[in-house]
Write a protein of this length. Structure first.
Length: 381
């Protein structure tokens, strides 16, 4: 058992014909590929979906764009409120009198139902707070409490967010956290194949809904937050994110319903991990780790921990190390996933191709017969 890679390209020459035939013949179900996207909360599943939409040029409509703008403002305020609340819990004092005033302004602020943006004055308070050395002390101890990975991004871009004509960029949309609740399906076509990527909420209270998505799944993509080895969960601050993810992965991949389902392990947030491993040793999460700050050694070790969760020694696990915030990483990973799935389902494609040829030959004979009948009719006429 181990990580495998494969590159397979569909037969593009007959793609259009095959697509037309399959639709006409009512065989859509054969090439309806349902991909289940799972993972613990904050793993980056929704970011993967956003990037796939961008790759397949699925436009973000005005309503969705407005929703991103609102959530950017809410997330920015929330991130500073999280820091201030946990600063109190950690007994870290704010020494500067101006900092204390700004902190009170932020802590007491609440978005009203009809308020879509933070006040400019509040945004400026947040910007100044982020520069304060006592706030930075709280940030340095972030492994002890829950926080959003995009926290620095929000604070560093706050001036732009406060502009009157602010319109979220593609990167803003990617970095905006909107917690997935319920089931979200993103659909797109690749030649004759119709893909449905099913994303469900990763928090514990959302997982009871997963069972409704388990039927007729062509592939399982399990997303992991690599930086989670030094982070705690939103639902349970006493639980390490990566340990929770490992437990969840074991439960999913060993479920009998997925015994023959191709499984892809997407180890996400590699960019954050590469920074974190230089400061915090992986042994904090895994006491048996002895590889120090070597990134490759650490990544291989984490990969092995997930592989060990699979009980069937013959079940392959396809692994990818990515930073989902970068489109090129998702594009490469998706090409690999797609190639493996097309190879695994090659018999279906070949069967459809044979039927296409039979149908084509039959149609040619009918056309020839009709042509002959028309000629005879003209002569007799």
């Amino acid at each position: 058992m181990g990580c495998t890679n494969s590159k397979v390209q569909p037969d593009e020459k007959q793609s259009d014909q095959l697509d037309k035939y399959l639709r006409q013949a009512g065989k859509e179900a054969l090439l309806d590929f349902r991909i289940l996207l799972l993972g613990a909360g904050e793993s980056g599943k929704s970011t993967v979906v956003k990037q796939l939409k961008s790759i397949y040029k699925i436009q973000v409509d005005e309503e969705e764009l407005e929703s991103y703008a609102i959530n950017i403002h809410k997330n920015t305020v929330l991130c500073m409120q999280v820091l201030l609340e946990n600063g109190e819990n950690l007994k870290i004092e704010l020494n500067d009198p101006e900092t204390k005033k700004r902190a009170i302004n932020v802590k007491t602020f609440q978005f009203e139902a009809d308020v879509k943006q933070m006040p400019v004055s509040l945004g400026l308070d947040i910007e100044e707070l982020w520069k304060d050395e006592d706030i930075q002390k709280i940030w340095e101890r972030r492994s002890e409490y829950w926080f959003l990975d995009a926290t620095p991004y929000y604070f560093e871009n706050i001036q732009r967010f406060l502009e009157d004509d602010f319109r979220p960029t593609e990167e803003d949309c990617i970095m905006t956290r909107v917690r997935t609740s319920g089931i979200s399906v993103t659909e797109f076509d690749e030649g004759p194949v119709h893909f449905r990527v099913v994303d469900v909420g990763g928090q514990r209270n959302e997982r009871k809904k997963w069972i409704h998505c388990f039927d007729d799944v062509k592939a399982l993509l399990f997303v992991v937050n690599l930086a989670g080895y030094d982070q705690v969960m939103f639902e349970d601050p006493s639980q390490n994110r990566m340990q929770e993810s490992l437990t969840l992965f074991g439960q999913i991949c060993n479920n009998p319903i997925f015994a023959d389902t191709p499984t892809f392990l997407v180890l996400n947030k590699k960019d954050l991990f590469e920074q974190m491993i230089q400061k915090t040793d992986l042994s904090k999460c895994f006491p048996d780790y002895k590889g120090g700050s070597d990134v490759k050694v650490a990544l291989d070790f984490i990969q092995s921990k997930y592989q060990q969760k699979i009980q069937d020694p013959n079940k392959p696990l396809h692994c990818f190390f990515i930073a989902a915030r970068y489109k090129k990483d998702i594009k490469y990973t998706w090409e690999e996933v797609k190639g493996i799935l097309l190879e695994d389902n090659k018999k279906v494609l070949q069967k459809a191709n044979k039927e296409l040829k039979k149908s084509k030959n039959k149609q040619e004979k009918l056309d020839a017969a009709n042509g002959a009948n028309t000629t005879t009719a003209k002569i007799n006429g």
